[in-house]
Design a protein around this ligand. Structure first.
Ligand code: SF4
Length: 325
């Protein structure tokens, strides 16, 4: 570390600096991976939306910016060379696109998907639900090698989406049909859902488990709402006196750090954990694997989640003296 840093030679914040994968490989202890493990990369940065719980507006900014095409292709080819080793004839590198929200500009998105297609890779990406309503975009995603889209559904209740300032991005009534259309097109939709003691009841959690099961959502992730420092939600909840714990160690989205007025906090967290675990019952895993594309990926991730959630639930029950029949 230097005592001070002078930013005069740094690139403009409106541009994206290409990653130097040769240098990263030299500095990293990571060995080459086959097509079952992903290599991180990004094409764009920023998201103009302002969902109240999200760290992106403060972290990478609201200005949507993207790599130039030559830089992008060069990075992917270099990353393949230094981090990928083929296993079997059909093995392709798998990239994890860490863009906050790749689809903001449709024209640019389609151009980028054409570039990705030329690179002959598989990839997964974060994407807003509203962009998946466009069938041509979904077709192009699949055609360019996308095997999984990670979507923040957040809630199946439109009123809760409005409370998070996400009602203009997500339409709860369209969730089921969009998931089904994507599945038919050959795309896994991984779903993230938030549970909030100020906005959700135990019955809402039951509805959520049912929704996830009925729609065979791939790799569902449930999180307890967490007001991360610096977010709009943090300041709003802080002002209302709703934050009960500011030990950042506990800010991992499975601990309750805000006030639960309608339920006992331990009972609420336990309900959250049991609901989450239920989405990985054997029956739901079997249906999910049977119905979705990329069956092996579905099976392996589901088994890993099931094991992990079981351990977390058992530890929580032990620590809180909860006996289940
Ligand atoms: S759309 Fe996604 S990335 Fe953008 S602010 Fe909302 S949660 Fe964050």
């Amino acid at each position: 570390m230097k005592p001070t840093y002078d930013a005069k030679d740094f690139p403009q914040v409106t541009k994206i600096v290409p990653l130097d994968y040769e240098r990263i490989a030299q500095a990293s202890k990571r060995e080459k991976v086959d097509g079952t493990k992903s290599i991180p990369i990004y094409i764009t940065r920023g998201c103009p939306y302002e969902c109240s719980f999200c760290v992106t507006p403060n972290f990478t900014g609201k200005l949507y910016r993207y790599q130039n095409p030559d830089d992008l292709i060069r990075q992917i080819e270099t990353a393949k060379k230094v981090f990928f080793k083929a296993k079997g004839k059909s093995s392709k590198p798998w990239f994890m696109l860490c863009d906050e929200n790749l689809g903001i500009n449709k024209k640019k998105l389609w151009e980028n998907l054409s570039l990705l297609k030329k690179c002959n890779i598989n990839y997964s990406v974060f994407f807003s639900m509203n962009f998946l309503e466009d069938k041509e975009t979904v077709r192009r995603l699949v055609d360019s090698g996308c095997n999984m889209v990670l979507v923040g559904f957040e809630s199946i209740k439109q009123s809760t989406l409005e409370a998070y300032n996400k009602g203009h991005v997500n339409s709860a009534e369209k969730f089921a049909s969009v998931i089904e259309e994507c599945r038919k097109a050959g795309l896994n939709i991984q779903g993230n859902f938030l549970v909030n003691p100020a906005l959700d009841t135990f019955e809402d959690m039951d509805d959520l488990v049912e929704f996830v099961g009925k729609n065979h959502v791939f790799m569902p992730i449930f999180q307890i709402i967490t007001p991360y420092p610096g977010t709009k939600m943090y300041w709003e909840y802080k002002e209302k006196g709703l934050i009960t714990d500011e030990d950042w160690e506990k800010y991992n989205a499975i601990n309750l750090v805000i006030r639960s007025e309608h339920y006992d906090p331990v009972a609420f967290q336990h309900k959250f954990m049991t609901s989450y675990y239920k989405t990985y019952s054997w029956g739901k895993i079997a249906n999910r694997v049977r119905r979705n594309p990329y069956k092996m990926l579905n099976l392996i991730t589901s088994l890993a989640f099931k094991k992990n959630l079981k351990e977390q639930l058992e530890t929580f029950e032990l620590n809180n003296n909860i006996r289940t029949p």
